[in-house]
Every structure is written in C-alpha cells, then in structure tokens.
Design a binder for this molecule. Structure first.
Ligand SMILES: NC(=O)c1ccc[n+]([C@@H]2O[C@H](COP(=O)([O-])OP(=O)(O)OC[C@H]3O[C@@H](n4cnc5c(N)ncnc54)[C@H](OP(=O)(O)O)[C@@H]3O)[C@@H](O)[C@H]2O)c1
Length: 333
C-alpha cells in the first residue's frame, strides 16, 4: 500500500480497528478513511453504497462487527448473526463494486470446530461441529470467509480473511456483561483490589487453554499482510477452491487459571481466586497454528505481562485512576 493510498478502516474505534488505525498512522499512511457507527450504519446497505461511491477507498480493513464474550453471544444469538452478516455483506459487496484493490476481513478463532486438533490449522475450517455458545457469530464469520473466496473466484478480487486469536489491548471492552475473559479479569481484579476483597470469582474450572495476542501485534500482522507483493499475497489467498484464510496467533497458550494469576500480579490483587464451576468453560482449547504467518517472517513483539500492563494502564486512564496504578503496580511489571 502506497503511503498516499486511500484506506478505509471499518470499526476504527473498536479494539482491533483502533489498533489498525494506530499502526497505519505510525507507518505514515496519510489518507485514512474512518466513520463512527453513528456516522455510518454498516447494516444499512444504501448508506454503505453511498459511502463507497463517494469515498472510493483502495484498501479496506473490516474490523467492524458485533462482538462479545460467552454471555452476550449466548444470550443474543439473533443479533450476533443478523448484524454481522449484514455488516460484512455490505462492506465486502460494495468493496467489489467500487473496485477495492485489497480487503482484509477480520474474523476470529471461533470459526473452527469445537473439538478440532490443536494447534488449529486453517484447513480445519468446516471439518466438524462448532461450539454452541457462539455458533451464530461463528457462522456469520464463516459466511464472510466464503464471501471472500467466492468474490475472489468469480470476480478476481483480492479479499483475505484473517483470524486472530483472542485479542486484548487499549480500548478493550471492560463491561462485565459483554467483555471477553481477559478484560473481565482486569476489571474484577481491579475492583477487588480497590474494594479490599479477599477473593475473586473466575468463570468456569480455570482449565481451558487460551492464547492471547496484543491488538497492536495483530494490527502489525494485518498491515504486513496487506503490504505483501502481489505474488506473495496471492499465495496467501490460495487457489479458487481453498479458503483465503490466515491465522494470526502468538504461538503460546496458557490455562485460564494461569492467565488469572498473571492478571492478578499485574493489577496487584493479592487475594484468592475462586473458580465458579457453575459457569460454562467454552471450548477446552483454542490454540491457533500460525505457521503460515510465521513463514512470511512475522512474529509478535509484545509479551503477555507487558501487554496486560499496557492494557491496565489504559483501563485506569479511562477509570481516572492512573495514580493508583503508578504507586502500587508499575514497579513490579
Ligand atoms: N476482541 C477479540 O478478542 C477479537 C479476537 C479475534 C478477532 N476479533 C475480530 O476483530 C473484529 C473486531 O473486534 P473488536 O474486538 O475490535 O470489536 P469492538 O471493540 O466491539 O469494535 C467493533 C467496532 O465495530 C463497530 N460496529 C459494530 N457494528 C457496527 C455497525 N452496524 N455499523 C458501524 N459500526 C459498527 C463498533 O462501533 P460501536 O461500538 O459504536 O457499535 C466498534 O467500533 C471482529 O471481527 C472480531 O471477530 C476480535
């Protein structure tokens, strides 16, 4: 992508989209197109069409999606499937109509079968049943991957689907009713520390294994992919009958219990962890095989404790409590 290229980041105020924007800005891209949700409703096809006709982006990153943790996915499956199908359909279709050069569609590792072999290779897509708690979301995302494949095959577009592992970082969602496990743990530990509580309840058995990638590393990988020379990019897209799909992972996973201990240490919570086994565990292990990405020479830069400390600083800044962090935690991390 030329530094003057017109690049649209859909969902630029979200966790992934804001990291993409930071990355593009830091690399010197000058013509970045953004619209807030209030300015452009991506489920509104005619609004999306008008936007593409008027703005004519050359490159598109789709980081706009209705996203949530187990609870939200489980409780609102109709909203998750409807909204995500609409957003991605409109953006992918209008990208084709307006001649976008390359598009990167973000999905997530929940598209893979619940019980597939680990680490999860891209080829395992559609080889078995999905995890039930987020099946509606996963099926919407799988439809997006198939849309990319179909448009590439029929229209010769260069649309790539990238599946990052669990992300965390600045701008994450810390609302306990909608958040993912890592930001939920940050908030719970922070509140327990501030309230002088003796224990924190962690959902499930603590045994499922998960992988966590800093959103800035994810953005770095996405921008690297979009900048590949044509031949290398086309190799990542694969042939017409394969999915144009690439995993973005960090190559390490840990149990939720281990993660909780790391978060407790970063936040400075010294009480006990109590595992609430009445709550669902979700998929036993989700560990992406990021071999294809590594083969392109990419590797993550941000370690987990370092990344959580940065995310916690962002959380505190937003909570107006940075002073407390500096005094009690910074020296340890
Ligand atoms: N978070 C993770 O751990 C993770 C992991 C792997 C992959 N991903 C993928 O990354 C993508 C983005 O996730 P995220 O965590 O960054 O989500 P997020 O923080 O919730 O951000 C999503 C963004 O999309 C916007 N948006 C949602 N619906 C929209 C609509 N109908 N019209 C216009 N804008 C809309 C949201 O705006 P409002 O907030 O104003 O609605 C928000 O700015 C998703 O595809 C997700 O699967 C995320």
């Amino acid at each position: 992508m030329d530094l003057n290229a017109r690049i649209y980041v859909a969902g630029h105020r979200g966790l992934a989209g804001s990291a993409l924007l930071r990355r593009l800005e830091s690399q010197g891209y000058r013509d970045l197109l953004t619209r807030t949700h209030a300015e452009l409703e991506l489920t509104d096809q005619s609004a999306v069409r008008k936007f593409f006709e008027r703005e004519k982006p050359e490159y598109v990153f789709i980081a706009a999606a209705k996203v949530g943790g187990i609870l939200a996915n489980n409780d609102y499956p109709a909203e998750f499937i409807q909204s995500n199908l609409a957003v991605q359909t409109h953006v992918i279709h209008e990208s084709w109509r307006s001649g976008v050069k390359r598009l990167l569609f973000l999905g997530s590792s929940c598209i893979y079968p619940r019980d597939c072999p680990q680490p999860i290779k891209e080829d395992y897509l559609l080889t078995g049943p999905l995890e039930l708690t987020n099946r509606a979301y996963a099926i919407a995302k799988i439809a997006g991957v198939e849309m990319c494949r179909s448009y590439n095959r029929q229209y010769g577009t260069r649309f790539l689907a990238a599946m990052p592992t669990n992300l965390y970082g600045p701008g994450d969602n810390y609302d306990l009713a909608a958040s993912h496990v890592l930001p939920a743990l940050v908030r719970k530990m922070h509140e327990a520390k501030a309230g002088g509580l003796a224990k924190v309840s962690v959902w499930g058995t603590g045994k499922p294994r998960r992988e966590f990638l800093c959103s800035d590393d994810m953005a770095d990988a996405c921008v690297m992919l979009m900048n590949l020379p044509d031949a290398a990019f086309d190799k990542v897209l694969h042939g017409p009958n394969e999915f144009p799909l690439i995993n973005i992972g960090c190559g390490e996973d840990q149990t939720i219990a281990e993660l909780a201990r790391t978060v407790a240490s970063v936040v400075g919570f010294r009480g006990a962890l109590e595992f609430d086994t009445s709550k669902p565990d979700g998929t036993p292990r989700k560990f992406l095989d990021a071999g294809r990405l590594r083969a392109l020479g990419w590797s993550p830069r941000v370690g987990l404790a370092e990344g959580i400390a940065a995310a916690y600083r962002d959380f505190l800044a937003r909570e107006g409590a940075r002073k407390d962090f500096n005094e009690t935690t910074e020296t340890r991390t």
